[in-house]
Design a protein around this ligand. Sequence first.
Ligand code: HEC
Ligand code: HEC
Length: 298
Amino acid sequence: MTNDNNENKDSKSNKDIDEFTGIETTGHDWDGIKELNNPAPRWWLWVFYVCVIWSVWYWVIYPAWPILSGNTKGTSGYTQFKELAASQSEIVARQQVYLDRFENGSLNEIMNDPELYAFAMAGGKSMFKDNCATCHGTGASGSEGYPNLNDDDWLWGGRISDIQQTISYGIRADNDDTRISQMPAFGKEGYLKSEEIEAVVDYVLSLSGSDITSTNEHGKTIFAQQCSACHGENAKGLQEFGAPNLTDKIWLYGGDREDIFNTVYNSRAGMMPAWKDRLDENTIKQLSIYLHQLGGGE
Ligand code: HEC
Ligand code: HEC
């Protein structure tokens, strides 16, 4: 046995054995550095072979390789588009059962049928997100100029049929059946002097229980003459004119003295688009039921 180059020679098999580790070498030698013959474990090799076979199978069956004209299609004809279409048609088929009953059911029937009601609520919720949340907010809680649809305070009426009409034809929108009414710009158009506006604003502030509790006869008279036709004699609002209740503390355009002064001086005229040409009848029905429930509808 020699001891050259840190190596033993197994005399029987003529193999190179590394002196330090006792492991056979491959016989490769780089300036005296030898490579140990440590093959990968068997289980690892098997996993590797299985992966190779599986990937070849995958390339044949499924769309896989990019080519100039697109990609290899695979023998199974699978595409994600087909899968999507299949699951969509499954959903449509499932909905169709409800849709037929929903379409033909009266509002009353729908409200009293838990299944149809749930169907309407789910549809209404998602259609609201898609179409209405931009203005009314995701939770339908509104913002300045855009009414909160969660409270039971309705400008134009909170029965389902009222809501349905509002959604279909809009408010001050571009069609003959839209809801319309116009508060005059009392200051800008010169119907009232600034001093008279101040007085009526004081009166309006006193109605919603703010600190101004002056028994403001001047303001009260002006209100009776100029405002009560739309807002009602008790100032609780008239839905046929979309004129809000001025005695609650809910303000569409702000309840500070300055906000109310601006409202009376310049008028306000919120606009909501009509949806009858954009959404189908079922969707509008679903939205109406959804909002009715949200607002604890009338
Ligand atoms: C471009 C903004 C905008 C969009 C989009 C919009 N709205 Fe409105 N909506 C308004 C405004 C502004 C008002 C208040 C009009 C007014 O001052 O009388 C309103 C009022 C309403 C009212 C009446 C509330 C009441 O108190 O009587 C209902 C109901 C309503 N919207 C439902 C919807 C639904 C449902 C959708 C979606 C299909 C929708 N809105 C989309 C702006 C919008
Ligand atoms: C022709 C009908 C009409 C008359 C007259 C009228 N209003 Fe209005 N008023 C409305 C309507 C409609 C609105 C709601 C506007 C909107 O939703 O954009 C409104 C809104 C308001 C608001 C805003 C309420 C809020 O929630 O922000 C105030 C305040 C108000 N009116 C006060 C008055 C006062 C004071 C007078 C009399 C000097 C008056 N209005 C006369 C129709 C009228």
